[in-house]
Design a binder for this molecule. Structure first.
Ligand SMILES: C[S@@+](CC[C@H](N)C(=O)[O-])C[C@H]1O[C@@H](n2cnc3c(N)ncnc32)[C@H](O)[C@@H]1O
Length: 472
């Protein structure tokens, strides 16, 4: 019988044929980890064959590593990942990718890097070598570092002089969204993660569903929910960075993905969509542009509504004057003022809240819904790691995609851990969670909704899905 590691290696090779053919067809070279990133060089351009081939390569290669490396090393590398996060934060906050961008491909000696960022060269050298061993930066000569594919995405779009003269500008440019998200993740997520055990083992917080008793609150030694804590006057920098970081995270998901799926076009002319917790209305505006026959009310907290109106006045005053998009101050834990809407929409809301609070939000909408109202939740649907079938408890909902991975791959996440990380990150920030399809079905049923269909764009939960529910 063929060994599993050979089977995995053969899978890698077979799928590399697909990637090479794609490069030849596009007349481009395969990307190198050593060179700075060029936009469009990812193997995901066609979203079909090539995407599937790169997913299989990643899944097979990771299983190969997990099989060949000792279990001690495999698990220790995960336990050590906080150290890597600390190192990446140093690189981001000390503007090291920006310094190396100005140094060019020959790189810069660690003494010169450290003198620009006013840090200890012995310590910075260790940190850069750790990162280079993990494929972030490259050591081109002993103690001389340069940017590579992974570090080059950490540049912030301003000269080093500007970044040093005015540190407040660090995350001010749109290009800084990715470094801001790296700094946010490695800082706050890291702090919260290091208090997960204390939070989950302390009887006062172990079963808590309160946003202000999450691990990050313990890390900050506050009894405020993280979003209230971020709004304190002395947390201004953190709040700014968080805002830019969220833009960076949202870039991981093409906007048109969330615009596709649910049949917005099939709604009758003049149908009303209530965007509950709709923020500054970006998604409603995008939907309104695609489907001019619909009307939207964006509901959120008072300061957010104010910001949304100001922004729309600037971006698209006609849309506001026409009344096709309007804003309304509303607390989604209170009675929903718009009864019998055609669609109630919750985008990136339910994952912020524990089951207790999500159920209240959903119940308020159920009380307002008419028999023909529909609910559209936009959030990730977390896949199970095991293969599913009706015989092992699979929830059968139209539209759920199943991972299509060949043997001998056994981990149905395909090594794509991002959605699962996202779920635990929601827990440590605010006791929220991403949910499996079974989790959504149960939650919706408790609040009086029937989960009737799901629109998905991938089977691994990387991108958000639309979950359609109807009143029970
Ligand atoms: C993650 S954002 C999602 C915003 C928007 N739906 C989107 O996808 O861009 C969560 C939103 O919930 C709003 N929010 C938080 N608590 C709220 C409440 N009690 N009532 C109404 N909105 C609330 C926040 O102000 C924020 O705009």
């Amino acid at each position: 019988m063929k060994s599993s590691i050979r089977g995995l290696a053969e899978l890698v090779l077979k799928n590399i044929d697909v990637l090479e053919a794609d490069c030849a067809k596009r007349g481009v070279q395969e990307p190198s980890v050593l060179d700075p990133y060029k936009p469009g060089s990812e193997f995901t351009v066609d979203g079909g064959n090539v995407q599937q081939a790169s997913t299989i390569i990643v899944a097979a290669a990771q299983q190969l590593i997990q099989t060949v490396q000792s279990p001690q090393i495999n698990s220790q590398m995960i336990a050590f990942s906080a150290t890597l996060a600390g190192a990446i934060r140093i690189a981001t906050e000390f503007n090291i990718a920006d310094i190396l961008l100005e140094a060019g491909s020959k790189g810069l000696h660690v003494k010169d890097i450290s003198s620009i960022c006013k840090a200890d060269p012995v310590k910075i050298g260790q940190i850069l070598r750790l990162l280079a061993s993990a494929w972030i930066f490259k050591e081109v000569k002993p103690d001389v570092f340069a940017n590579n594919r992974n570090s080059s995405i950490m540049v912030k779009g301003l000269s080093v002089k500007k970044l040093l003269d005015d540190p407040d500008l660090k995350y001010s440019r749109p290009e800084a969204a990715t470094p801001a998200s790296l700094a946010e993740i490695s800082d706050d997520t890291g702090k919260g993660a290091s208090y997960l055990f204390e939070t989950l083992s302390d009887p006062k917080t172990a079963f808590s569903e309160e946003a202000n008793e999450a691990a990050l609150c313990r890390a900050f030694n506050t009894n405020l929910a993280c979003w209230d804590f971020f709004e304190l006057p002395d947390q201004r920098e953190r709040l700014n960075r968080f805002g830019v970081a969220m833009q960076g995270m949202s870039k991981l998901e093409p906007l048109d993905i969330t615009l596709k799926g649910f049949d917005w076009e099939g709604l009758k002319k003049g149908s009303l969509v209530v965007d509950v917790g709709g923020g500054i209305g970006s998604f409603s505006l995008a939907l309104a542009k695609e489907h001019p026959h619909l009307k939207f009310v964006v509901q959120d907290r008072a300061p957010v509504v104010e910001e949304g109106i100001d922004r729309l006045k600037e971006l698209d005053p006609e849309e506001l004057e026409s009344g096709r998009i309007s804003f309304q101050e509303h607390n989604f834990f209170e009675s929903q003022p718009i009864r019998d809407a055609d669609v109630y929409m919750l985008k990136f809301i339910v994952h912020d809240w524990s089951n207790k609070y999500s159920e209240i939000i959903l119940r308020r909408l159920r009380e307002a819904a008419g028999p023909h109202s529909r609910l559209v939740i936009v959030d990730k649907v977390i896949p199970y790691i095991c293969p599913t079938s009706e015989s092992n408890g699979e929830v059968s909902i139209p539209g759920v995609l199943k991972p299509d991975l060949p043997e001998p791959i056994v981990n149905m996440s395909a090594g794509i851990i991002y959605p699962h990380l996202s779920s635990v990150v929601m827990m440590l920030y605010c006791n929220g969670q991403e949910r499996t399809i079974g989790g959504f079905e149960e939650l919706l049923a408790k609040a009086g909704w029937k989960l009737s269909a799901v629109y998905q764009h991938d089977a691994f939960g990387q991108y958000s899905s639309q979950i359609l529910a109807t009143p029970i």
